[in-house]
Design a protein around this ligand. Sequence first.
Ligand code: SF4
Length: 350
Amino acid sequence: MEEKQNLFGLDVAALQERLVPLGVQKFRAKQVAQWMYEKGARSFGAMTNLSKALREELAASFEIATPAAQDVLVSKDGKTEKFLLAFADGTAVESVLMRQPYGNSICISTQAGCAMGCAFCASTLHGRARDLTAAEMLGEVFFIEERLRGEGQHVDTMVLMGSGEPLMNYENVVAFLHLVHDPAILGMSYRSITLSTSGIVPNIYRLADEGLPVSLSISLHAPEDALRSELMPINKKYPMADVIAAGKMYGDKTKRRVTYEYILIDGRNDSSRHADELAKLLRGQLASVNLIPINPVVERHLLRPPQERIDAFERRLAKRGIAVTVRREMGTDINAACGQLRNRHLETQA
Ligand code: SF4
C-alpha cells in the first residue's frame, strides 16, 4: 500500500500544490489549513465544510500526523511541564512548557539527540539520532499550543534550546521558523523566538542574512579557548574569537541583543578572573550574559558553585557594564535539563 502523505506542516501554498492537481479547488487548501492549525482537526472526517466525497478522497491519499506524548512530567509547583513526544517512526524528543510570569514559554528540540558533545549536557550522551523536519518541530509547538488553547491560553514565546544544535539542521529550522510565523499557521512574531547555538559560525552569518529578526543566544560557558574546548568540543572547530565576532555581527545586523549563555560550574569557570575576562570579551557589544548555575552532573564532577560565588560573579559583570541575569530555576524536580527524559526512555528500550 502506498504511504499516505502527511499534510501537517504544509503552508497554504504547499497545500495548494498537493491538492489542485487532484482537481480540488484552490480555496479548499485554505480551509484545510484552518482545520489543521486553527481548529485542531487531526482527521479529514472532522472538516465539515468539505463535501463527504472530498473528505473521503483526501483521507485515501493523505494523513494529518502529529507527535504523540509518551511521557509527561509536571513539576511540583505545576509551572513546568515536560513532554516526551514521539513521531511516526518512534523517534522521541523532549519539549517543555514553562508558565512564566510574562507568559507561556516553550522549549523545542531541533534534533533527536545531539552530536556536539558538550560536557555538561545529557542530550548528547547517545549522540545524534537524526534531524527533525520542519513539520515535526511544528508538531512539538502545536502539541503544547493545543493543550494551552483548552485553558484559553496560548504559546507566547519560544526558545530553540531543547536537544540538538539548530544551526546543524539549518534548512529545516529556517523552514520551521517561516511556518510558525505564518499567520495562517500560528502567526508567532519572530521577536518572540530565540534560537540557541553552540556557535556554528558560518551559519550564524547565514542566519543574519535571512532577514528573520529572531533573537540569538550563544552558549559561551568559558572566557578562554582551552577551557571552552574542554566543555564544548565544537570550540576546536569554531574558536571563541570567531564565535564572538559572529555574535557581534548578528547584533549589529539584526539590531537584536545577543545573549551569551554561561553555565557556572564550581571551581571551573566561576572565579573573579573569569568574570573579568568575560566582561572584556563582550565590552561594546549589543549583548547580555545569562548565568546558569549548572544542574550538577556528579559523575563528571561538574558541581554548582555556592550561592555567594554566583552572586559575586553576577555583581562583577554588572560592575563592568555588562547586562547580566541569572536564570531562574524551573522544574528542577522533574529534571528539566535537556535530554534527561529522552535518555531514560532510550535506556528502558535498550
Ligand atoms: S548543550 Fe546543546 S549543543 Fe551542546 S550537546 Fe547539548 S543539545 Fe547539543
